[in-house]
Design a protein around this ligand. Structure first.
Ligand code: PLP
Length: 383
């Protein structure tokens, strides 16, 4: 191909990049797992990304407009688009440290950062929170991650001290027992003027969670843009109070310092904005009903036909209000591993998880029309 001036398009056949590189697209019957791609963007979102990519723009102006529009759509004071929820946590904690030390983050030394502690229930420790340590702040763990001595308000009272820059709260179905509810935590934190950062990366749906944590008093709440929001996989949403989000904006891309390695392209900004616009206006009940219909279809085709008992399972593994089908294996000839492998080895490969139970889950939340039928056919061919 010779020289093509920018803006002139070359007509070409529709390509399939996976085909070209010899990797197989899969049917995702597992859910919004990052390692499978997170979720699928709508055509409208893809078009928003394309249209942003076609022209130059002042990134700061575009950020300002997109962030304001997203704050409005999500009923929040302020919003920021990061390159993922984990990066959002990094930025949120940096903003809290800056606030605590009263100096722009750019000028803080490692020792100064290390003097700040981030308080969290031990039950909330998880592999995503490692970014806090990489930032250089100290963890301070609170209470026990079990039921022997339930956490008390006194635990909190005496653990918040002059070093506490923020409190981290993990909102997920997988957390261990041993934490106080968010509203109790927020009340105590507010009295001591310590911001609470809520990691709600996978807590959508329900859509109301986009504003619920802020209403409960979270200073910043983090969501993954690439999970159920169906934005670009490399995007994240931060919502919360203006003061801290302003700090995040000053630390984040396109500024020098840590923000520089957390690049958010104009395509991601456009894509996440478009995806959120669709998400808040989507008929979520119609979607839940569609998911229920997939479970009924699986039951009708496979329940009691010699291999499986098919049950509705609710809520799902992330605590989202979307039903899944649990296909309990009742035939001793088959193991969950065998069935999973059988699904994975077919064309196209189908991903389904068993969660160490005597069966497999089919989660309809990431399926598209027609895929349930493919899954049913495959399972009927089980030998
Ligand atoms: C997925 C997830 C993250 C990371 O989100 P990314 O957008 O992939 O960075 C963080 N915390 C929790 C609880 C998650 O489920």
């Amino acid at each position: 191909m010779g020289f093509v001036p920018q803006g002139k398009t070359v007509k070409r056949e529709k390509m399939d990049i996976y085909d070209e590189l010899g990797v197989s697209p899969i049917i995702n019957a597992a859910g919004t797992y990052t390692v499978l791609g997170g979720s699928r963007m709508s055509e409208e979102t893809l078009e928003a990304m394309n249209s942003a990519a076609r022209n130059f723009v002042s990134l700061r102006d575009f950020q300002k407009a997109a962030h304001q529009a997203i704050a409005k759509l999500t009923k929040n004071e302020a919003a920021y688009v990061s390159n993922g929820a984990a990066a959002g946590l990094y930025l949120a904690i940096a903003a809290c440290i800056e606030r605590k030390l009263g100096k722009p983050f750019y000028y803080l030394t490692k020792d100064q950062i290390a003097s700040c502690t981030i308080l969290m229930f031990k039950a909330h420790r998880n592999p995503y929170d490692l970014v806090i340590g990489h930032l250089g702040a100290a963890y301070r763990e609170l209470s026990f991650p079990n039921r022997i001595f339930p956490p008390t308000e006194a635990d909190l009272e005496y653990s918040i001290d002059e070093h506490t820059a923020a409190i981290y709260f993990a909102s997920s179905a997988w957390v261990a027992p041993g934490f106080l509810p968010l509203d109790v935590l927020v009340k105590k934190a507010k009295a001591k003027e310590v911001p609470v950062i809520v990691d709600a990366a996978a807590q959508l749906p329900p859509v109301e969670n986009l504003w619920r944590f802020s209403e409960q008093g979270a200073a910043i709440t983090l969501f993954s843009g690439g999970k159920d929001l169906r934005g670009p996989q490399a995007s994240g949403l931060m919502v919360g109070c203006q003061e801290l989000i302003d700090r995040v904006t000053a630390i984040g891309f396109p500024h020098y310092g840590i923000g520089r390695m957390l690049k958010v392209g104009r395509e991601e900004l456009a894509g996440l904005y478009a995806a959120i616009k669709q998400y808040v206006s989507m008929d979520h009940h119609a979607r839940y009903a569609w998911c229920e219909a997939q479970i009924v279809a699986l039951q009708e085709a496979l329940d009691g036909k010699g291999i499986f008992t098919v049950r509705r399972s609710f809520p799902n593994e992330a605590g989202q209000p979307i039903a899944r089908a649990f296909l309990e294996i009742t035939n001793p000839r088959y193991t969950p591993e065998y069935v999973q492998d059988f699904l994975l080895q077919g064309k196209p490969p189908i991903y389904a998880y068993s969660e160490n139970l005597q069966g497999i889950f089919i989660n309809p939340m990431s399926l598209k029309a027609g895929e349930t039928e493919i899954i049913i056919k495959r399972l009927q061919a089980l030998r």
